[in-house]
Design a protein around this ligand. Structure first.
Ligand code: ADP
Ligand code: MG
Length: 313
């Protein structure tokens, strides 16, 4: 309650009433806000210009440029963009449920059916970016995957265990006791994203004829960074901890470089071999061998239907 009185005001943002802080990064704060002209609830990402280098400023403008061209249910929409002398303002579709990270990863893990429900939404967003927009996100992680509504997890609400059997529920959030569901998940934060393919021709950007082989290869493999990250997210959803972790950053770096991870017992014992097979094709060190988004979506684990409800007794 107190925080509400302490909301900052920004010159150039008079159209919006800031309600609460939803997140902060190195150079930005994200607020829940109300557009006073429409009464619409939105999120506003406020970026401090003066702390940015020229190339970082250019990156914000690139983030805006890329987001403007994007329209998909699994991707957070940019509603408008403006700037003042001191700030950039990105007005975004509000994701009230906050980070996947906060809602799930720290609390618990998901059943395979629920994990599939979440990861397929993320994967559809990635498929759209990779195949239709020629965009690589490059920063897929639980902090950048946001819930449209506060999800009701089976672990927190026994009633919503129903959800797992409810094939009708395609991500609809049903508020109140007796309802359940995990709702829509969307990809946010295009701060590191990059256009790698020309949208019309589906060829690498720039003049190919004079491009060095390492650049051409780089562009070809750049999509695969999102697939690695997708594998890390899926692994984490299924067991509640990440595939690569060490207290020492040097050891961690070495583990990642070698692709050294395990399906740790007892956590992974009950998880299907199909899920493990899929993860193994994503957490694959050689980017040429790693699954593409279409290979991911065509894997049997992604195609599997949730188990039918048990017969009445
Ligand atoms: P950064 O580049 O600083 O990581 P992000 O765009 O990822 O910036 O935003 C930082 C955090 O703010 C996110 O991790 C999330 O918690 C929150 N956030 C960002 N966009 C939204 C949104 N549209 N709705 C709700 N929260 C958001
Ligand atoms: Mg982020």
């Amino acid at each position: 309650k107190e925080a509400k009185n302490k909301m900052p005001t920004y010159k150039g943002l008079e159209q919006f009433k800031l309600v609460e802080k939803m997140g902060d990064g190195a150079f930005s704060n994200v607020y829940k806000a109300i557009d006073l002209r429409t009464n619409q609830k939105v999120a506003v990402k406020v970026v401090r210009k003066f702390e940015l280098s020229a190339s970082q400023r250019a990156n914000i403008l690139k983030e805006v440029q890329i987001m403007r061209g994007i329209n998909h249910p699994s991707i957070v929409k940019l509603l408008s963009f403006s700037e003042s002398q001191e700030h950039y303002f990105l007005v975004l579709e509000l994701m009230e449920g906050g980070e996947l990270f906060h809602q799930i990863v720290k609390l618990t893990y998901l059943s395979e059916n629920l994990a599939r429900h979440v990861i397929l939404q993320v994967a559809q967003g990635i498929r759209y970016l990779h195949e239709e927009r020629g965009v690589v996100h490059r920063d897929i992680k639980p902090e950048n995957l946001l819930f449209e509504r506060i999800p009701v997890l089976p672990s927190q609400n026994p009633v919503s265990k129903q959800f797992e059997e409810d094939k009708e529920d395609e991500g609809e959030f049903v508020p109140g006791v007796g309802g359940g569901g995990i709702g829509r998940v969307k990809i946010a934060d295009f701060g590191l994203s990059k256009v790698v393919w020309d949208e019309q021709t589906m060829t690498p950007c720039g003049t190919v004829g004079y491009t060095a082989p390492e650049i051409v290869k780089d562009e070809r493999y750049s999509k695969s960074v999102d697939m690695w990250a997708l594998g890390c997210v899926l692994y984490t959803l299924l067991c509640g901890f990440p595939p690569f972790y060490d207290e020492s950053i040097n050891v961690l770096t070495e583990k990642v470089a070698r692709g050294y991870y395990t399906f740790l017992s007892p956590w992974w014992d009950p998880i299907s071999s199909s899920a493990k097979d899929l993860i193994a094709h994503l957490l694959c060190v050689d980017p040429a061998q790693r699954y593409s988004i279409d290979e991911f979506l065509n894997h049997p684990w992604c195609k599997a239907q949730p188990a039918p409800p048990p017969p009445p007794t």
